[in-house]
Design a protein around this ligand. Structure first.
Ligand SMILES: [Zn+2]
Length: 121
């Protein structure tokens, strides 16, 4: 189920976020507010919605928990962002959503092929 959320697209934040967050940042989620510098595709939104769920679960304690997860990632020889457990979970949610989209697109193609009299591959 999709959690309550709001998305704000603020193009001029691209440069500032690149300096303050990550050079190639796209979006940040604070509570149920998602801020991005361009519209998000389905998988990108799924990633941010995973963070909304994390915020729903931990409240403001999400911040120290996220920080601790980054610290642990670095201690383990990883990257503070990429290997952060909250980011790993969000990427997993996004790839599940991308797989669902691909499967439903394939089902639509098969349905159209069947209507046209061509059995789906
Ligand atoms: Zn993320």
């Amino acid at each position: 189920m999709t959690p309550d959320h709001r998305v704000h697209v603020v193009p001029w934040l691209r440069r500032i976020g690149g300096q303050m967050l990550l050079p190639n940042w796209l979006a940040i989620t604070i509570g149920r507010v998602i801020v991005s510098w361009r519209p998000l595709d389905e998988a990108e939104l799924s990633h941010e919605l995973a963070h909304v769920r994390q915020w729903d679960r931990f409240g403001v304690l999400f911040i120290p928990r996220y920080t601790r997860a980054s610290w642990r990632a670095v201690q383990a020889g990883g990257d503070w962002y990429r290997d952060n457990a909250f980011e790993v979970a969000a990427r997993a949610a996004a790839s599940v959503r991308a797989a669902e989209s691909a499967a439903s697109a394939a089902a639509r193609v098969a349905a159209v092929s069947a209507e046209a009299g061509h059995p789906g591959a």
